[in-house]
Design a protein around this ligand. Structure first.
Ligand SMILES: [Zn+2]
Length: 303
């Protein structure tokens, strides 16, 4: 008992020392100001469909992925929920768009810049692909008490919720950015949200640790593009609104990238040389910030 007590005292001493060090170190870093709703931009696509943007990575105003706000008779469905630090700002922004309550959250995939505020809307239905639920269950953000915010409904290939003007169709086309990328279609509005399967006009991030693949990525995007019938607007993960023709072009870009990288590896070229040899110039508006990292993943997958 006494031995136990002294251990407790030593442990609490360590905790206090840690707290003291943390307090001492804190001023070295400027405290990050809490983001506000005013820092979030909104694009109105329809009277009942808005996109909360500010989603371009790199800038100080980066809030996480695009969030679709779909307003129906019975409530609001959000597609993705941005970074955790942007929770209060996101809640305020949604309230500025509609007075109706959020009843459903759809997560396009597991990443924290898309799932960061799943726990901020009370007890709502959270829907994701079954592989995304499994990926989320590995995240510290969904450990312990937070496990109650893991998806309450999952699907494997397709899932339809609601009907008529409220209908939402979820589709899975295979592995790409992760093992559980969902494409979300609002058929009555002719709008689709693609999450990070189509994040931007650049090489994708292929998250191998969460079941993603660069090698199979073109096939998955081509299947998605073929299924986007009667769609006028595509909401990508991290860039301004796109069209189906952009998704089709992305599938061609990806096929080009993968076949170029595979040929380079077979020819014994280094990843650096393969990246230098791959030009995005024939794809208007494309950047090459992620090309080298994607080629590295392709090389790793070919081992
Ligand atoms: Zn992502």
């Amino acid at each position: 008992m006494e031995k136990h007590l002294s251990r407790v005292l030593v442990l609490s001493g360590i905790v206090m020392l840690g707290a003291t060090l943390a307090a001492y170190q804190a001023p070295a870093q400027a405290p990050a100001p809490t983001p506000t709703a005013a820092q979030l931009d909104v694009v109105k696509l329809k009277d009942n469909l808005f996109v909360i943007t500010s989603s371009t990575p790199g800038g100080a105003g980066f809030s996480g992925g695009n969030v679709s706000v779909f307003i129906t008779e019975s409530g609001v469905t959000l597609v993705d929920t941005k970074l955790a630090a942007w929770g209060p700002a996101l809640l305020d922004k949604v309230k500025s768009i509609t007075t109706k309550p959020v009843t459903t959250i759809i997560n396009t995939h597991t990443h924290g810049d898309h799932t960061g505020n799943d726990d901020k809307f009370g007890k709502v239905e959270i829907i994701a692909h079954e592989n995304t639920k499994a990926n989320m269950a590995k995240m510290p953000a969904f450990a312990g008490d937070k496990a109650q915010y893991l998806p309450s409904k999952t699907f494997s290939n397709t899932l339809t919720i609601g009907k008529g003007a409220s209908q939402i169709d979820l589709h899975y086309f295979g592995r790409a950015h992760t093992s559980g990328d969902a494409v979300v279609i609002f058929p009555a509005l002719r709008i689709a949200a693609m999450g990070d399967m189509f994040a931007w006009k650049d090489a994708p991030r292929c998250d191998s640790a969460n079941g993603g693949t660069c090698v199979d990525y073109p096939k998955t995007v081509a299947a998605a593009a073929a299924a986007l019938k009667n769609i006028d607007t595509v909401i990508p993960g991290h860039s301004p609104m796109m069209k189906v023709s952009d998704v089709q072009e992305y599938a061609r870009f990806l096929a080009d990238l993968v076949s170029s990288a595979q040929a380079a590896k077979k020819a014994g070229k280094s990843v650096d040389d393969a990246a230098a040899a791959f030009s995005v110039a024939k794809y208007p508006g494309y950047q090459n910030q992620n090309v080298k990292a994607a080629i590295q993943v392709i090389y790793d997958e070919m081992k």
